[in-house]
Design a protein around this ligand. Structure first.
Ligand code: S3P
Length: 443
């Protein structure tokens, strides 16, 4: 698929102020479609993320015969569930765009169906590692074929009888865990996944919300195959991964104060708050409540002077998508920030360690790259970024992170290849400009 080349031209901006609500959580939006489609009855979803990634999941289920209404302008979606065995063979390849979550979770969900299918994606997704899902599924008895180098397209042959397994994950990955659990729904016996470190638990929480028993014992998650899902109502909280850019913005910009409304604060996702607070950020959680099985809060953020830290490795999986934003905060902190144990960042939508390092260098920030992390030498209150032209390599979170750097820049920052911001954060430029940034989109 060809995409229009979009650049962000971000002018130096002074401060951010105001109240805003970022779009719905991407992980929860994907799962609402997947589980809603397999459920018996009608599932209603509100504040669904109208980003290209979650819409790719939605389209894939339409392609498999599921009647899904919406999203309407408010983000409401109605899914007419077809039951565990009601999906139909798609009459074409399922195209999943840029979305690793769609591809990895769907591979698990489709491994136990009685039809064949093929999953494809864009250039970035077509280069991402898929052995991590194909390997456990093969142990369960699935027939999955990858390209050479273990990348997509993924060819799934249906009609296989799957067996539950106990799988010890070699890396902390919620996508792999979810893939195996979703295959487990269609397997004989018990499926258990052992996590080397806690990862986001939306699949487990949402399965329970759909009435499916899931057990957790320390680092093991377990379910029994052959059950059924019952439709429910889902309100998707605002995505903490999108809020992260504004947490950093209000922290690094002078005289700033913002309120981010109704952000999901599931403890498996709040590493970014913990890391920024360890650096000295002023972030307060207000109006905490539980909505549909997920904790949410309003986040009040004020400007703060940050200190460099050694980022605790246990927080890495809990902040895995937020490192591009955290690196911008580190560049504004006094002294060295050191990240280790984060090799997974190299296989995200781009190699986020190298691509961020290249951009930081252009902005005038010294850094050293390691296989599993980076050292960033911040200059504290003296940090003033150079003007620069930075390539985001089509990575949405890299593009948005560098847009925030304009709050401490002396000259314009141009960011290339920004079309994929629409995968996770539609309306990003408008929302950012509404609180004080000055970003122009150029085609
Ligand atoms: C996701 C899990 C994470 C994250 C991705 C969404 C999910 O990936 O980076 O954006 O919804 O399960 P890994 O589990 O591969 O770390």
């Amino acid at each position: 698929m060809t995409q229009v080349a979009i650049q962000f031209h971000a002018q130096p901006a002074q401060s951010v102020r105001g109240e805003l609500q970022v779009p719905g959580d991407k992980s929860i939006s994907h799962r609402s479609i997947m589980l809603g489609a397999l459920a018996e009855g009608v599932t209603r979803v509100s504040h669904f993320l109208q980003g290209e990634d979650s819409l790719a999941t939605l389209q894939a289920f339409r392609d498999m015969g599921v009647n899904i209404e919406g999203p309407d302008e408010k983000g409401d979606v109605t899914i007419h569930g077809v039951g565990m065995h009601g999906l139909k063979k798609p009459n074409k390849e399922l195209y999943l765009g840029n979305s690793g979550t769609s591809m990895r979770l769907l591979t698990g969900l489709l491994a136990g169906q009685n039809f064949d299918c093929v999953l494809t994606g864009d250039e970035s997704l077509s280069n991402r590692p898929m052995k991590r899902v194909a390997a456990p599924l093969a142990l369960m008895g699935a027939a999955i074929k990858l390209e050479e180098n273990s990348v997509p397209p993924i060819h799934i042959s249906g009609g296989k009888k799957l067996q539950g397994i106990e799988y010890s994950m070699p890396m902390a990955s919620a996508q792999v865990k979810s893939c195996v659990l979703l295959a487990g729904l269609f397997s004989e016996g018990v499926t258990s996944v052992i996590e080397p470190a806690p990862t986001r638990d939306h699949t487990e929480r949402m399965l329970k919300g759909f009435g499916y028993a899931v057990e957790r014992e320390d680092n093991v998650v377990r379910l029994q195959g052959g059950g059924k899902l019952t439709a429910c109502e889902i309100t998707v909280p605002s995505d903490i991964s999108s809020a992260a850019f504004f947490l950093v913005a209000a922290t690094i910009a002078k005289n700033s104060k913002i309120l981010l409304k109704q952000v999901g604060i599931n403890p498996t996702r709040t590493g970014v708050i913990d890391i920024l607070k360890l650096m000295g950020a002023d972030i307060q959680l207000e109006n905490q409540q539980e909505i549909g099985g997920e904790p949410v809060a309003d986040l009040r953020v004020r400007s703060a002077n940050l200190q460099g830290i050694n980022i605790p490795e246990n927080l890495v999986p809990l902040a895995i998508d937020e490192f591009p934003a955290i690196f911008i905060a580190a560049a504004c902190a006094e002294g060295v920030t050191r990240l280790t144990g984060a090799e997974e960042l190299r296989v995200k939508e781009s190699d986020r360690i190298q691509v961020m390092a290249d951009g930081l260098t252009l902005l005038g920030i010294a850094n050293t790259v390691f296989p599993d992390g980076i050292v960033i030498e911040g200059q504290g209150i003296k940090t003033e970024f150079n003007g620069a032209q930075i390539n985001s390599h089509g990575d949405h979170r890299i593009a948005m992170a560098f847009a925030m750097a304009s709050l401490r820049a002396t000259k314009e920052i141009i960011i290339e290849d920004c079309a994929n911001v629409a995968t996770s954060f539609p309306g990003f430029v408008e929302l950012a400009n509404g609180v004080g940034l000055e970003i122009e989109r150029k085609f």
